[in-house]
Design a protein around this ligand. Sequence first.
Ligand SMILES: C[S@@+](CC[C@H](N)C(=O)[O-])C[C@H]1O[C@@H](n2cnc3c(N)ncnc32)[C@H](O)[C@@H]1O
Length: 284
Amino acid sequence: MRPRLLLRTATIAVAGLLVAAGSAFAKDRSECDRIYKPSVGQPGKDVVWVPTPDELVQRMLAMAKVTPKDIVYDLGAGDGKIAIAAGKLGATAVGIEYNPDMVKLAQCYVEAEGVAGKVKIIHGDIFKEDFSRATVVTMYLLPELNLKLRPTILNMRPGTRVTSHQFTMGDWEADETAEIDYRTAYLWIVPAKIEGQWNFRDATGQQFTVALTQKYQKISGDVTVGGRKQPLVGATLRGDEIRFAFNDDKGVTRTLTGTVRGNEINGALRAAGGGDVKVSGTRR
Ligand SMILES: C[S@@+](CC[C@H](N)C(=O)[O-])C[C@H]1O[C@@H](n2cnc3c(N)ncnc32)[C@H](O)[C@@H]1O
C-alpha cells in the first residue's frame, strides 16, 4: 500500500474507533432502563417511591420561581426527575436519594438528559445530608417527614422557597397552593425571624419603637410613637421583606417597607401623599 493511502486508511479506522467508543459512552434513557427497573410503591428508607407527575413537577418549580441563579435540592430524589427538570431550567440541582439502585438510575438519566453539568444525584439520607445552601427545596415525602424537616427548613436562609407535592407542614400554612388533577402542590417561603422589640429611626430623626410577634410568616405588633401606642396595620413578612403601616404623631399614615438582616431592618418609610425617607431599625 502506498504511504498516502495507508495514512488515509489509518485515519478512517481511528475515526471509526472513536465513534464506536463515543456511542459506547453516550447514554439514552432506554439504556438507563436496563440498569434498574424500579416499581411504583416500592419501599424506601422512610417513604416509598412514587414519582411526581411531570406537569406537577413543572408547577412546583414555577411556584418556586426557579431560575438559573438557584440551587435546588430535591429531598428523596427517586429517579431524579425534579432535579433534572430544575437543571433544564438552568438551575444547579442536587437530588438526595437513599436507595443506591435509584441513585444509579437517576445518575444515568441525568447524563441521558444532558444535564450532568448542572445536576448531581447523591447517595445519602435526607436527615443527615446538609442542604442548607439550597435556595429552593422540593419534596414529595409524608406529612410526618415534612414535620421532622420543618425545624431545619425554618433555620434556612430567609427567602428560601420550599415546595411539597401533596403534603403540608402542620400548622405552618402554605404561602401558595396549586392543584393539578386532584393533586396539590404547596409553596412556603422561609420567613426571617423578626420577633422582639425594635428601635427605629428615620432620616428626618423621627424615632419610634415597634414590638413584633410572629408565628411563621404571620406577624403582628404595635408601635409606640410620640408616647402613644397603637397596633400596626397590615403587617406582612415574605422571606426577609417586612411591611407595616401606622399613624405617626402628626396623624400621618406611614408605611414601612424593609429588609430584615438578623437584628437589623433597613428600608423606606413612606408618608401618605409624600415621598420616601430612609429608615433603619435595630432589635433591642
Ligand atoms: C415519593 S418518592 C419521590 C421521588 C421524587 N422526589 C419525585 O417527586 O418524583 C420518595 C423517595 O424518597 C426516597 N427516600 C426515602 N427515605 C429517604 C431518606 N431518608 N433519605 C433519602 N431518600 C429517601 C425513596 O427511596 C423515594 O425514592
